[in-house]
Design a protein. Sequence first.
Length: 278
Amino acid sequence: AKSQQRNGHFYFSRSMGIEIRERVRMMHALRKGFLANELFVVYQPQIDLVTRRPTGAEALLRWQTSDGILISPDRFIPIAEYSGLIIEIGEWVLRGACHELVRLRAAGYLDLTMSINVSQVQFRHPLFPVMLCAALEDSKAPPEFIELEITESMAMEEPDQLIEMLAQIKQTGVSIAIDDFGTGFSSLSYLQRLQVDRLKIDRAFVTEITGSARGSSIAEMVIQLGRNLGLSVVAEGVEDERQAAVLQALGCPMAQGFLFARPLTAAALHEWLANDGL
Ligand code: C2E
Ligand code: CA
Ligand code: CA
Ligand code: CA
């Protein structure tokens, strides 16, 4: 234990070096993979908890390397953010999702919304509103059916800057959702000042919902908050009927999760919708 302690610093810096090298390696692989069309977007349906009909879909990024390995966005999005590549990749996702919405509408699904995750690195970019406008114009996607998801952690930083950015973005006609809601500590008065339209209850709170009486308290609070502020609410990560039943009883209007559908390729989404979804 003594020698470990003596060498603690050495081990620490060595492992840091490996971590940085690994990150740089992955950064290059991601850039190459992006150019080689190894990235694709899947769509997870969102449903109305009462009617169980689809209301929209969330676009989720995937990376399958040439050797067939699927890398989780939780692993490569931070690398994309760190390298700045997220600006290009994010624009590509946004454009792809807008086009997919247009295709869904052409197939007759005129009520479906398309939710798109936006990284804080993208969102903070001064040209983000310009890029958004261009993507909407080029794709002819109706902005009122497009929703951008930003995380609660992002919503908590630099309030004035965010309020200003949201105001600009809202002018394009798109909606804003706060993702992973309940994991941060944004104050209610601050939330009221933000021009957001929807709250997404984080999966962690949906998982707890059927455990104890206290387990459902955060989900309950978010649903109530949504009702009081006139915001739409979606519960994410719903995996079983018991969770769906509790959420419905609590008055949660919408849900998303493996119980209803996994994230689907564009072709599989069309098939799922054609087969009446559920
Ligand atoms: P998120 O935005 O919170 O997305 C929800 C995640 O939960 C997705 O993981 C989805 O596949 C997963 N999920 C949905 N239903 C269930 C369920 O019933 N059970 C369980 N266990 N999981 C469920 P995924 O696709 O791996 O994405 C992980 C995260 O990566 C996302 O979390 C989001 O933060 C980020 N991400 C994904 N695509 C994009 C993107 O295009 N841009 C940005 N900036 N971030 C993205
Ligand atoms: Ca999301
Ligand atoms: Ca989420
Ligand atoms: Ca998440």
